[in-house]
Design a protein around this ligand. Structure first.
Ligand code: WTA
Length: 663
């Protein structure tokens, strides 16, 4: 039975303990000198600090306990454990009551000229209607619902409708292949998938539904199917797909169902520690992990960071370019801005369609004041020439921000001068899927240092330490002492897996290298584990290698990242062909490429594939990735000690091949 005890109607008075944004007087950034004082206090009285910050939300029952986690005893992450709330109420209802006519979403479709404004009142109606459809399909508190959807308003309605009912959403990035979707379905075990038939991106139209049915076929799920129903949103295509019948799945159309169902104006009372959503990401292991975020801690953290990192003001128009399928889309495309009642631009398309002026036109047409994007997008736009920017005014902009990787000083300068007209500060925000929200960023600090993430957010205590038992040649790692409310609760179905991220001394290991300068500012230097960061997307070497080795003509493979002008890191594949298989090199390389696209998706398409006869290995037969990383970065002088290898002679051959490949 649906455990809904609270009723909400925008015609009724507010029934919750209301602590709306204006009542949260914490604003140390108005006076930059007060940062240090407030920061020190946030560490000294950490629990009191966080309890005070919970007033950024409305609670059914305000929490009296802040941090209930202690890494030295267990890896349970527990924040505000006696608090009760509903995330959807906080993101929608309270603003529909207070500012019903304020625009919540400005939707910019892939095709220019189709801007749609959705007010908080309309958002409320849409979300309640969506909740009604989900309820009719049997969705209830604690259920997992998979969303394989693009960056469109319906995805937001679906996410918020899940949280209204207390269901846990698991959004899968729409650029992932059917195989990647299937592995996430197997882990999350949903009974319902929401998808769409028509998606348009970069001027191309394609069907996500096709991939869903491909994923639901037995061979991809290995008989682990839990899915009973598929809900289609958006326009339907004429030619009906009969796949659903053949695999015994019931297919529903949102439009038709919404005419037959009543909106759900109630919302579920949730414990702060109930899961809000699952989002898969890549770690060092070959299989992506479903990171679980909590309802209370996560929402407090993203609301607070969204307000202070971007210096959010009442009339700001905020534009985050991230796809909704990634953590930035979740935290700073949906939950942060809506919890704060902000006006946010939602963009379905790509930065270069119809041409490279698209972002700048969206900014000018909607008078965007805060612009949050990724260094890879900026590098790609910059490489196409300044003409596209020179025609734009961009005078509405006040704050710029970037995420996904360190922003290199030359791109930073271009962003600052060309886009920010030399007066907008740049928030270089460092954080991770696991961290829920921003952990380190300049926080309006002056003067700014290009490429430096700089300062920890309140309540966050970073430390730069040698990895325990790590390779001494590697950089020092960035750890975070203790827990914070945005920290994920664990990995869906595999809490043990999350354990590896903590040390017994109460530290969380980020997996990033970093250094600290004489002013105490932090510079993040990129991953030091076997995780690649390609165009701001996380991929593990092991995940890519599995896809390469799945080609029948490949016996062994190693995948490493190398410096790439636009993507930050490119994907370099080393593959050893099987002896007894005769296949032309070009065909094998093409086959490997296709395998990766099929297993993961086009975002993982390799930049270089090199067929080799041997790879550097330890005497026990383990491939030494560190040496290959140095070779592809042309750092031949620093290969380290190679005498302990079982087969040191292969190195020279590989270097020759790499040099020839680049000619
Ligand atoms: C990298 C994205 C340097 C980092 C929010 C991290 C960054 C990984 C920055 C997380 C930044 C993200 N400077 N590196 N400002 N932002 N990273 O989980 O390596 O997709 O560990 O979360 O991206 O990627 P994820």
């Amino acid at each position: 039975m649906l455990n809904i005890i609270r009723k909400s109607s925008i015609l009724l008075p507010i029934t919750l303990i209301s602590c709306v944004m204006t009542k949260n007087n914490f604003n140390p950034l108005k006076n930059p000198a007060s940062y240090q004082k407030e920061y020190n206090e946030s560490l000294e009285n950490n629990n009191a600090f966080w309890l005070k910050q919970t007033s950024i939300l409305d609670w059914i029952q305000p929490p009296t306990i802040a941090n209930g986690s202690d890494f030295s005893k267990s890896t349970d992450v527990k924040w505000f454990e006696d608090g009760k709330l509903n995330a959807c109420y906080n993101c929608v209802d309270r603003h529909a009551q207070k500012t019903p006519h304020k625009t919540a979403i400005i939707f910019e479709a892939d095709q220019p000229g189709k801007t749609i404004h959705i007010t908080y009142r309309e958002l409320y109606e849409k979300v309640c209607q969506f909740s009604g459809v989900l309820k009719a399909l049997g969705v209830k508190k604690g259920d997992v619902v998979t969303l394989y959807l693009p960056t469109i308003p319906e995805t937001i309605y679906a996410m918020l409708a899940c949280t209204r009912l207390g269901a846990i959403h698991s959004v899968v990035f729409a650029g992932f292949s059917a195989t990647a979707l299937a592995s996430r379905i197997v882990q999350a075990k949903p009974r319902l998938i929401i998808t769409t038939e028509t998606n348009s991106r970069g001027g191309k139209t394609f069907s996500l539904k096709k991939n869903v049915y491909e994923a639901l076929k037995e061979n991809l799920l290995n008989k682990n199917n839990t899915v009973e129903k598929v809900l289609l949103v958006g326009q339907s295509l004429e030619n009906k797909n009969t796949d659903s019948v053949s695999i015994n799945i019931k297919e529903f159309n949102f439009e038709s169902l919404s005419k037959l169902t009543q909106p759900v104006y109630d919302y579920a009372e949730m414990c702060a520690t109930d899961p809000l959503f699952i989002l898969h990401t890549s770690g060092s292991a070959g299989i992506p992990r479903g990171i679980v975020h909590s309802t209370g801690g996560y929402l407090v953290y993203v609301a607070l960071t969204h307000k202070f990192v971007f210096d959010l003001q009442e009339n700001d128009v905020y534009f985050c370019t991230a796809d909704i399928g990634w953590i930035t889309g979740h935290s700073y495309g949906v939950y942060g801005p809506f919890a704060n009642g902000a006006t946010t631009v939602l963009f379905q398309g790509t930065p270069t369609y119809p041409d490279a002026s698209r972002f700048w036109k969206i900014i000018d047409e909607n008078k965007v004041t805060i612009f949050y994007t990724a260094p890879t997008a900026l590098r790609s736009l910059r490489s196409l020439g300044d003409d596209f920017v020179n025609h734009a005014s961009l005078e509405s902009l006040r704050i710029l921000a970037s995420v996904g990787e360190a922003i290199d000083p030359s791109t930073w300068q271009w962003f600052f001068e060309k886009i920010g007209k030399s007066h907008c500060p740049i928030m270089d925000t460092w954080w991770q899927t696991e961290s829920g929200g921003v952990l380190i960023c300049p926080l309006l600090k002056q003067p700014q240092k290009p490429g430096c993430a700089a300062k920890p957010f309140f309540g966050i205590e970073p430390r730069i330490l040698h990895e325990v038992g790590g390779n001494p040649e590697e950089k020092e790692a960035l750890w975070i002492k203790q827990s914070w409310p945005g920290l994920a609760m664990g990995v869906w179905g595999d809490q043990q897996c999350f354990k590896q991220s903590y040390s017994s001394e109460n530290f969380y290991n980020s997996g990033d290298g970093a250094k600290i300068d004489e002013d105490g500012d932090i510079w993040v230097l990129g991953r030091i584990d076997d995780v690649l960061n390609v165009s701001g997307h996380r991929m593990s070497s092991a995940e890519l290698e599995r896809a390469v080795i799945s080609h029948p003509a490949v016996s062994e493979a190693c995948v490493v990242g190398y410096p790439h002008d636009i993507k930050g890191q490119g994907i370099f594949v080393f593959a050893i062909p099987r002896n007894n298989v005769s296949i032309q090199s070009e065909h094998l390389c093409e086959g490997i490429k296709q395998n990766i696209r099929k297993e993961i998706g086009p975002i993982a398409t390799p930049d270089v594939i090199l067929l080799v006869s041997d790879l550097p290995k330890t005497r026990s037969g383990k491939i030494v990735r560190r040496i290959l990383r140095k070779i592809v970065s042309k750092d031949f002088e620093n290969l380290g000690d190679t005498t302990t290898l079982g087969n040191p002679s292969c190195i020279e051959t590989i270097i020759m091949q790499v040099l020839n490949k680049n000619k």
